[in-house]
Design a binder for this molecule. Structure first.
Ligand code: NAD
Length: 287
């Protein structure tokens, strides 16, 4: 069994982003800028935003967080997004989800300029992903693809089973695997007999949010497992969706939690923001 080390790969990617950022700044004077909207006091959301801000600082990006109270109005968030859409110093806009129940999240995500949509949640970018065109791809599944590629894991023709079908994890994960010529199954809360499906997997990708959902008897020998779940165990430890201790014995490769997919998500956010900035710089140069 070999661990897929997302921590060290993310550091390598960060280092490259840092070098490219310096080069871009010296050539054009442009510094990548990321704006984050954080609504409410959820400690997990605040912790994620803080990690993203620190990562921006490490690679030399400009970053700003718009903190808003839980009872904020739809109009106030929309006005802030419009302001950031029009701000040339902002190349990436990220809305930390979930938003409170009074907010129409779809409308908010649709307002983000698709060329600044570094989370890849705008329907324009979702459409480009499903048709196999270049665009912005959600950071977590993009990070998974980078990790598989780093370890030269062949995807073409493989049976890939994705458990979890959210718009930010499972669905874009499945689209990327399909674009890479895998045979893809998607399972979710209404899937009847999950085990029947997971036993088919050459590569199993799990992003659900249920501790120990995947057990030893649900996978075949030599399977490759990507555990995207992040859960807080009773002990306070961070764990994934896979019973790591017992399942890992059957794996050829598996991601640890923490240190697997999590750090890759942040690295991809940096990489997407740099990509948006480079496209902006190129259009500015050509004018
Ligand atoms: P979500 O709640 O939006 O979606 C969960 C999905 O799992 C749904 O499609 C649901 O149908 C499915 N599901 C729920 N219970 C199930 C069950 N018993 N069997 C099969 N499918 C089931 O969650 P999300 O935002 O997609 O996040 C999923 C997990 O991934 C969470 O643990 C989250 O913390 C984690 N996550 C990790 C990263 C990262 O960087 N590693 C990023 C985003 C989310």
């Amino acid at each position: 069994m070999q661990l897929l080390d997302g921590k060290s790969l993310s550091q390598k990617i960060e280092h490259n982003v840092q070098i490219e950022t310096k080069d871009l700044r010296e050539r054009t004077g442009i510094v990548p800028g990321l704006a984050v909207i954080l609504v409410g006091q959820d400690p997990a959301s605040a912790a994620y935003v803080n990690m993203k801000k620190k990562a921006c600082d490490r690679v030399g990006f400009y970053s700003v967080t718009h903190e808003m109270p839980e009872d904020i109005s739809q109009d106030a968030i929309e006005n802030t997004i419009t302001m950031m859409n029009n701000n040339p110093n902002i190349n990436g806009i990220l809305i930390q989800l979930p938003l409170p129940s009074q907010i129409d999240t779809t409308k908010i995500l649709e307002l983000v300029d698709p060329s600044k949509d570094v989370d890849g949640f705008h329907p324009y970018n979702v459409g480009r992903l499903t048709t196999g065109l270049d665009g912005f791809v959600p950071c977590t599944p993009l990070g998974v693809m980078e990790l598989l590629s780093e370890y030269n894991i062949d995807i073409q023709g493989k049976n890939c089973v994705v458990v979890g079908a959210s718009n930010i994890v499972g669905k874009p994960m499945a689209a990327l695997l399909l674009n890479a010529n895998a045979t893809v199954e998607i399972c979710h809360i209404f899937t009847d007999d999950l085990k029947k499906h997971t036993l088919n997997a050459d590569i199993l990708l799990v992003g659900v949010g249920v501790i120990n959902l995947i057990k030893e008897d649900m996978v075949k020998e030599d399977i490759i497992i990507i555990d995207i779940g992040i859960n807080r165990a009773e002990s306070g430890k961070l764990v994934g969706d896979v019973d790591f201790e017992n399942v890992s014995k059957k794996c050829s490769y598996i991601t640890p939690v923490p240190g697997g997919v999590g750090p890759m998500t942040i690295a991809m956010l940096l990489s997407n923001t740099l990509k948006a900035t480079k496209i902006y710089a190129a259009t500015k140069e050509s004018k």
